[in-house]
Design a protein around this ligand. Sequence first.
Ligand code: OXD
Ligand code: MN
Length: 603
Amino acid sequence: MEFPCGHKGLVKWVEETAAMCRPERVHWCDGSRKEYDEVMAESVRKGSAVALERRPDSFLFRSDPSDVARVESRTYISTSSPEDAGPNNNWIHPDKLKEKMRKLYSGCMRGRTLYVIPFSMGPVGSPLARTGIQITDSPYVVCNMHMMTRVGNEVIKALGTDGEFIPCLHSVGYPLKPGQKDLPWPCAPMEDKYISHFPEENLIWSYGSGYGGNALLGKKCLSLRIASNIARREGWMAEHMLILRLISPEGRKYHIAGAFPSACGKTNLSMIQPTIPGWRSETLGDDICWMKIREDGRLHAINPETGFFGVAPGTARSTNPVAMEMLERNTIFTNCALTDEGNVWWEDMGEPIPSHAIDWKGRDWNPQSNEPAAHPNARFTVPISQCPTKSPDWEDPEGVPIDIILFGGRRSGVIPLVCESFDWDHGVFMGATASSEATAAILDKVAAVRRDPFAMKPFCGYHMGDYFQHWLEMGDRLGDRAPRIFYVNWFRKDPKGRFLWPGFGENSRILKWMCDRLERKVEAVQTPAGLVPRVEDIATNGLSLGKDALPELLRVSARDWEGELEPIQDFFGELGSRLPLRLRYQLEALKRRVKDGRSCPEG
Ligand code: OXD
Ligand code: MN
């Protein structure tokens, strides 16, 4: 084994891990393009990847059908006490979980290469950045980490001989016996998959899955679950948020951080192309946002990632032309369909439906097949550097000052198109009670509402009640420098089930209203839900909306809101005594406003 590194702690960890996992060889990643090309070429040679003839430097992987998404049921926050993990997380005691996992790791890399990936979340040297070292036996992970994080020698150099790093151990959990042929996508059965976090020692152990957030450990595991713990201890914030810069015709820059649950258009919003004349926008991130209070007293944000790991189905020129342009080259696709021309295809791509393709399971597919050609969670991995709307400041180590925080969800009724919080505590209440409907595709017409506080339900690495308290305390520290908080719902429908708002680029009209509020250019209407625009303050020129659409989109009915109270109360009840008192007060205040609203004529 060759150690290109003088960090004794790191070398020891790699040696111990190799002794446990028994790989055939060890490779220290240098992060170079040459390395990426070699690992990818090897994946093609072994039959794990297909080089796409129609897209330069692009490749398609097909996963095992049992390994297609994050597995929340196998994700653990392993703290000494179960109360610290909270009801929002699965828990096993660290001693027990480690014992179980050590057995699985024992000899798990036989016949494989152990890759050591030094990576930085955030620009190397940034006061906000963190270093991770991922050990993995997956060449797919190596290539994806190259795009999603900053990998290689500069990270090792910055670590020096005793720098701090977050060890992230990963194995696909499929050792090879001598002479055994490998699978295109090796992984372990569901009952052996573990995505484990040990926040008390900043440690990540993942076993058995090669997919997305289960395996690219810099993403959800480090940047959200472990980082949320570190952030709480150190007084900053690790959030599941996009970061966007909106620029007014006068050149004033507004920075927006937005948290939305899955399937609410976070990636699309991060690449929005404003439709209002003179306004522009720039993309800083689509998934994760680390924010810290700096010397100016404001909250500054960086995107710790360097790539997008986006959902392909539904991405089209009509929904996200920026992404479509970005994906034309140098992209890794996972679980998309392969056309006869050597290109990828997915449902709702806006491209002609191929008369024949190979589906994500590697089978012949045609339009009469009764299964989708691409898996609904098929993905693209692409570097931010390829994004046509990337901000020139997306790698600024100091971050950008956040003006506006957005929460949102997918709700066909009740929640208005946009609503501003009365103050920080009310904004935290909005984030804490954020909700979204499962789409009809999943639940077949039953629009079940799920609470997804701050879009962090699967990613908050500690007790959700403590997390709410942390948000309240950050507000106390920020005082009048705090960003303003808004809640949006692009998905309200009319009684016939049609969307009332066109969404996408037109959402810029709502973002502009927020900026107008910051500049004190417009008044707002006080409702039980919060501060809602006057119809005349939303720029609608050039928009073909029915005459009643906007009033309906902005309508807050106390009667409807009455139905929100009990589910919120029940949800808060689940958090027990760790629910901050200040959020109980917020719920009481909402109840009072709803009751008062009910006594109004239109309530
Ligand atoms: C993601 C997610 O993949 O939030 O980003 O699930
Ligand atoms: Mn996400």
